[in-house]
Design a protein. Sequence first.
Length: 487
Amino acid sequence: MNLRIGIAGIAIESSTFSPHRAGLADFDVRRGEDLLRRYDFLGKEWAQGVDWVPLLHARSLPGGAVLPEVYDDLSAEIIDKIGSAGELDGFFFDIHGAMSVVGRQDAEGDLSTRVRAALGPDVLVSTSMDLHGNVSRELGTAVDLITCYRMAPHEDAMESRERAARNLVERLRSGLGKPGKAWIQVPVLLPGEKTSTRLEPAKSIYRRVAEIADEPGVLDAAVWVGYAWADEPRCRAAVVVTGDDQQLITERAAELAQAYWGARDDFAFVAPTGTLEECVAAGLASTSRPFLISDSGDNPTAGGAGDVSWTLGQLLTVDELTSGNATAIHASITDPDAVAACVAAGVGNPVQVSAGGKVDSGPAGPVELAGTVFSLSEDPVGGTVAVVKAGGLHSILTSRRKPYHHIADFTLLALDPAATDLVIVKIGYLEPELYNLAKDWLLALTPGGVDQDLLRLGHHGVLRPLFPFDPDMPTPNLTPELLPPSQ
């Protein structure tokens, strides 16, 4: 008889410092065959002989905290579908790990506990997560197998999901039951832009993760950086090593935790940093083209609202750009009203709009942008998109929140980033296509809901002491805990 494995989850990365609120419209909600199409690996040989039972999966671009009624409705549907799914042998729990819900704490701990109660104690649960998620004791206890990405940028995202599902299938077929879980949180909270696996020390730490996972007696190993832009007690680094050799998994979890703690002062930004003014001046003075600048404070793929207008306001004061002596692209500002005004004006015609600063007005309110409508297009993520040309500056305005990670995102708008002097993108570390495009780049420490300067954000709900908030804190006890089997 085939194994029966359910699939469900809610995945979003939520900045509690962003005024954006994630509603139902922000989620791509999938059920049935549409959900199964999300996972190409289910067609592989190891996945055959399994009845994959699609329940519900909801995935959103990172943003602000989720509206409680949206979380309640989505989670209730998952629980209801578990109840009507019939007997299950396993459950693939596909989450992000950094979801926050307005007025609640530890959303994934809550959801995993409810899922476990609905499944009963005997169904094996395997969880896939982003390495920027958080692993509370509640989450770690409620599931049986748990893993996360080993690369940042997340080029192994689907590979990690496949590992979680394959481990589940193999474990069920082995009949060995629930493995041991050695869990430890590490009191370090760093932004992803300081923990890229392209660079040391994260590069070596995550290489060691893979080596440990391949050891006899170990089923999997994972290190979570945690999520720096939420203000909850669970927000910190974590290590989980699973397997049947309890002494070995405990030793290896301690090794990884000690390595992460010991390297805390060595984590550095993925590129040289500076103020926006410093970065723009350096870019204009450089002969490297294109020169990319990360507008990091409002990065929508980290939870920024996407409509912070502060950087655009600053760029409009740079004479070299507004005069047309140099060219630049700014991507982007979410403002459906400004886009509508551009549509009404039409391509090639003058337009003046008040752009951005309507959802997140903290750093700056709406910025007056006067220029010519350069292009209009429809985008499956960004909706209607307008480009306004003011001198040599091309400002991208979207009707829905959208990241700009790919060359095609720009060429769709009749923009050629490779032939542009400065490309300023709301992003943290550069995603692969932009990384390969850039002849040089800098990380601008700009304001917003995902400000890289954690100390000026105002965390008060995290557990202290915590590095870097308490740089002289005493050495913590990093003895892993063997979590009890899920019940």
